[in-house]
Design a binder for this molecule. Structure first.
Ligand SMILES: [Zn+2]
Ligand SMILES: [Zn+2]
Length: 247
């Protein structure tokens, strides 16, 4: 068993609130420099920048998990992570079917661009990616699981755009693979506050929108190799694998 520093919640320049310095090349460079082994790319309601980060990760020996940070009808943010690009592309189609279309004003909401390896703009997304999907959190979770993905409600301790902030409770029908707490949160305090049993895995990721945040917050995954399958097994504590938030 080996330890892998893992941060599965990172935004690129494609997110309206993502810094223009969060290009795929820069993210991979910084993740390597700061000792991360596995990263997840999770832009708001879009997966379009994942492939390039994955390709650059392959070149530089960094495991990149493609994904997305979805915004449900109830305005709850959740991470969906996928094992391959067929599944990811299918999920992208699902997003495009359900995303509420609001024109984006880059001066107010921020730029939303897909860039190439050199940072040249390939596409500017003209509708606001921070909008909601017209689906409930349960429907979103079911879709992620139908595609064999990993489903993790994001920053659950935040007052807004979080499971407890928006809903007040953990919906009885919801099946989460783990819950992500925010970077400054204390694991024990969050468990007590929301009455979360020890059977539910908590993870801590950076939710980085700026280069300076990359590498500062992560979770240690104890498992055999840096792969999607191993991540899933570690989240459920399969075969002695485990997940630990560093103190
Ligand atoms: Zn969020
Ligand atoms: Zn985020």
């Amino acid at each position: 068993m080996k330890s892998f520093r893992t941060d599965l919640h990172i935004h690129t320049v494609l997110s309206p609130c993502g810094d223009l310095e969060m290009s795929p090349a820069n993210i991979v460079l910084l993740a390597k420099k700061r000792g991360l082994d596995i990263i997840g790319i999770t832009d708001h309601n879009s997966t379009k920048q994942c492939k390039l980060v994955w390709e650059l990760g392959q070149k530089h020996g960094l495991t990149v998990i493609p994904g997305c940070e979805m915004n449900s009808r109830e305005e709850v943010h959740c991470l969906g992570l996928f094992e391959d690009f067929d599944k990811l592309n299918e999920f992208q189609q699902y997003i495009e079917c359900h995303l509420q279309i609001i024109p984006n004003d880059p001066d107010i909401m921020g730029y939303q661009v897909v860039v190439d390896e050199d940072g040249n703009i390939l596409e500017e997304v003209d509708h606001y990616l921070g909008a909601v999907l017209n689906v409930s959190i349960e429907e979103m979770q079911q879709k992620v699981h139908e595609l064999s993905g990993i489903f993790i409600p994001a920053h659950i301790d935040r007052r807004q755009n979080s499971l407890y902030g928006q809903l007040g409770i953990f919906p009885p029908e919801l099946k989460a693979d783990a819950l992500q707490i925010s970077k400054l949160a204390d694991e024990t305090a969050v468990r007590e506050k929301f009455n979360i049993s020890t059977g539910m895995t908590l993870v801590k990721f950076s939710d980085a929108h700026y280069p300076e945040d990359l590498g500062k917050t992560y979770t240690i995954f104890e498992m055999h190799e840096p792969s999607f399958t191993e991540l899933r097994k570690a989240l459920s504590g399969d075969g002695g694998r485990s997940v630990r938030i560093p103190l």
